[in-house]
Design a protein around this ligand. Structure first.
Ligand SMILES: Nc1nc2c(ncn2[C@@H]2O[C@H](COP(=O)(O)OP(=O)(O)OP(=O)(O)O)[C@@H](O)[C@H]2O)c(=O)[nH]1
Ligand SMILES: [Mg+2]
Length: 203
């Protein structure tokens, strides 16, 4: 799958005209969203990655070769700061999530090492306000043993009522990429069908 950069938006007023099914990548700051975007498309110049949280400060839009649009967002929960810049990120994420009608699916990234972080529970409650389909991805699984991976996947399942099985992921191994795309194809087909159904009902 190929991704081409469309534009970066600092404010919700800057987002592009919607076209096709839109998928966003959400998660705590530093969870690995930008690394995931680069790895999944095998293109390391797509998104900027950093060891320090707070690297992505804009909503970055990409056109995907299957016709969908992907959005890499700033992370939530970056320090508890009320600086103008952090308030802007919060507003951007919130406006995007609440207003963007093209948004049909969230690829939700969670650090596999930390099931049930309060900030993720809070984000989940917020996701539930708008019933958008969630594809859970558990990042940095290279940091756990296989036994721990199984244990933590169960813990995430207990914590959240996911419709889609959470999948461990690591940017250190391409086998995860293949698994993701297999699941994604089925998910996108479902989302596109639902979107077409809504349009049919409206028109
Ligand atoms: N070991 C390991 N490290 C990872 C993995 N994915 C990301 N990282 C590291 O985690 C750090 C944060 O990665 P980013 O991709 O910048 O995280 P982000 O969620 O985009 O962060 P913000 O843009 O600040 O919200 C970097 O040091 C990455 O190298 C992974 O699968 N395994
Ligand atoms: Mg980022």
């Amino acid at each position: 799958m190929k991704a081409d950069f469309i534009l970066s938006a600092a404010h919700y007023t800057d987002v592009p005209e919607p076209s096709g099914v839109e998928i966003c990548v959400m998660g705590r700051s530093n969870v690995g969203k930008s690394s995931f975007v680069n790895h999944i498309f095998g293109n390391y110049s797509l998104a900027k990655v950093s060891k320090k949280p707070g690297k992505t400060t804009l909503a970055n839009f990409y056109r995907i070769s299957d016709g969908s649009v992907w959005v890499d967002l700033p992370g939530y929960g970056y320090a508890r700061s009320s600086s103008q810049e952090h308030l802007r990120w919060g507003r951007l994420i919130e406006d995007y999530y609440k207003k963007r009608t093209a948004l049909k699916g969230v690829v939700w990234l969670l650090d596999i090492r930390h099931p049930g972080l309060p900030i993720d529970i809070q984000a989940y409650q917020w996701f539930c306000m708008r019933s958008i389909s969630i594809m859970p991805v558990l990042t940095k699984c290279d940091k756990l043993s296989n036994n721990k991976i199984v244990e933590h996947v169960k813990a995430f399942r207990r914590e959240f009522s996911f419709k889609i099985e959470p999948m461990p992921y690591s940017v250190l191994n391409t086998k995860y990429r293949e698994r993701f795309w297999t699941r994604y194809a089925a998910w996108l087909a479902e989302l596109s069908e639902q979107a077409a159904g809504v349009h049919a009902t409206i028109s």
